[in-house]
Design a protein around this ligand. Structure first.
Ligand code: HEM
Length: 494
């Protein structure tokens, strides 16, 4: 039988005995052979058995271009570039001019899409009718009711309640919180820079984002840089850490029907203690505010409490809450003139951040679950299939971006921006279910970056990893910490 043909009988009991073990070496041989051989075979066999129990596979119109493949999900299939779904990238490019790839993530049937017209249909035009929800990718416990995971009417209701918190008016009110955190960031970095030692950048940026998140969400003003052991900081860190490589993820990948059972027995992808901690903390803060303490706080919780009141009361009773009682520290910071507008007018900063988000899109996959059969541009998408849009694949397509591996903020200059198809650049997703925090995220990034660059110069040093290598864990993060030499600017000595 020709060696290029897949022929299982080569390995039948009888044939196997005649096989020279040193001409068949998938796992190597001898004392230094692959230690994970049995485990790998077990995983493969279980996966194949469960797949074949549930589905039959047939070749179709698309088969000759190698369109169907099985991806065991990031939990099992980790290549050096899996953070960017390079394997999928390769398959999609093999399939050109076909705009889709059918594959399985564990046992979840998915269709990968890179055609901008289909993307627009999925994310925008058919969002409410067919593609309203994300797939359930694990037991989420109480977080199931959060806006990210919520479905159908519950999602629409929550999204409507939250949307007013992200208007530019509200963000202007929140800027002082961001500025206060940025000030802490500068103070902390100054201390480190003055010692002359190289700085691990995440050590200062991590607490900055944590402080912005806690103070803008619940009005809990804290300096996590100097209080890393504070329970609020510790629990918040636990809450935002999901390990996609955990054994739980692997189990869910192969046996997704376990998700409801895991939910029932209180197993969650999120740290359940941290979720409990925040549920209680939020209720406490809410009760305090209902008693009139911290009236008019400018934070997301405040906006939600206000909207609950508005839902309960007739519109005519709606008072103009001008946040008269904002604590003094916020008011004093608000004196800074035109800061919001200044930040928003920093054109090159905007271009650089846009380019960073092109090269490192943290939303690795944008997903929508198809809730009824639909045909889009001649492609049938059956009910139950997840449509997956990979921003990284689009952001590195050489047909769209000239020399995509190069960092070139000029791609996003005023003139060039106009020519970018919005469905080929998706750092924040698109349509009614896009990232609700987009403007806020950009504000935090810009305020942080502007403050840093006003006060410091960043230089590579011998500890800096060049070129930057990304972690293979499926999460957009560098393999090794980013370490730079930080030099205070002369004018920052105030
Ligand atoms: C650079 C920072 C950020 C990036 C790149 C980012 C990216 C994304 C992406 C790609 C999605 C999925 C969109 C889709 O499915 O079409 C998303 C959803 C979401 N993001 Fe962000 N995000 C960022 C920061 C934030 C911040 C600061 C907040 C909150 C203050 C936030 C809140 C959300 C929420 C609530 C959703 C789910 C929206 C829904 O389902 O209705 N994000 N984000």
């Amino acid at each position: 039988m020709h060696s290029s043909l897949l022929f299982a009988n080569r390995f039948s009991k009888e044939n196997k005995e005649t096989l020279d073990p040193y001409i068949y070496l998938p796992f190597g041989a001898g004392p230094r052979n692959c230690i994970g051989m049995r485990f790998a075979l077990l995983v493969l066999k279980v996966a194949i058995v469960v797949l074949l129990q549930k589905y039959s596979f047939q070749s179709c119109r698309e088969t000759p271009v190698l369109f169907c493949f099985i991806d065991m999900g990031s939990g099992l299939m980790v290549s050096s570039k899996s953070w960017a779904f390079q394997d999928l990238h390769h398959t999609l490019s093999l399939g050109l001019p076909w705009p889709i790839a059918r594959f399985y993530d564990g046992r979840v049937a998915q269709i990968g899409v890179t055609d901008p017209d289909i993307i627009k249909m999925v994310l925008v035009k058919e969002c409410y009718s067919v593609f309203t929800n994300r797939r359930t990718f694990g037991p989420t416990g109480k977080m199931e009711k959060g806006v990210f995971f919520a479905q159908e009417e519950q999602w629409k209701r929550i999204r409507t309640v939250l949307t007013p918190a992200f208007t530019s008016g509200k963000l202007k009110e929140m800027l002082p919180i961001v500025q206060h955190c940025a000030k802490n960031l500068i103070t902390c970095l100054l201390e480190k820079a003055e010692k002359g030692e190289p700085v691990e950048i995440k050590e200062v940026i991590g607490p900055y984002s944590m402080d912005v998140a806690t103070s803008s969400s619940f009005g809990v003003s804290m300096d996590s840089m100097n209080n890393p052991q504070d329970p609020f900081v510790k629990e918040a860190k636990k809450l935002v850490t999901i390990n996609f490589m955990s054994p739980l993820n692997t189990v869910i990948c192969i046996f997704p029907w376990l998700i409801p059972i895991l939910n029932k027995i209180n197993v969650s992808m999120f740290d359940t203690d941290a979720v409990e901690y925040f549920s209680k903390a939020i209720l406490k803060i809410k009760a305090k505010r209902e008693q009139g303490h911290e009236k008019g706080r400018v934070d997301f919780l405040g906006v939600m409490i206000e909207s609950q009141k508005t839902e309960a009361k007739p519109k005519s009773n709606d008072t103009d809450h001008t946040y008269k009682d904002i604590p003094k520290f916020y008011i004093s910071l608000q004196k800074a003139p035109l800061v919001y507008d200044t930040i928003m007018q920093m054109e090159y900063l905007d271009m650089a951040i846009s380019e960073i988000l092109r090269m490192y899109p943290i939303g690795g996959r944008i997903e929508r679950l198809c809730k009824k059969d639909i045909e889009i541009n001649g492609i049938t998408i059956p009910k139950g299939v997840t449509v997956m849009i990979p921003p990284h694949v689009l952001h590195f397509d050489p047909e769209i971006w000239e020399e995509p591996e190069e960092f070139r903020p000029e791609r996003f200059s005023k003139e060039n921006k106009e020519n970018i198809n919005p469905y080929t650049y998706l750092p924040f997703g698109a349509g009614p279910r896009n990232c609700i925090g987009m403007r806020f995220a950009l504000l935090i990034l810009k305020a942080g970056m502007a403050s840093l660059l006003q006060n410091f110069t960043f230089r590579p040093c011998k500890e800096t990893q060049i070129p930057l290598e990304m972690s293979p864990t499926g999460i957009v993060t560098p393999k090794k910490p980013i370490i730079l030499k930080v030099v205070p600017r002369a004018s920052s000595a105030e």
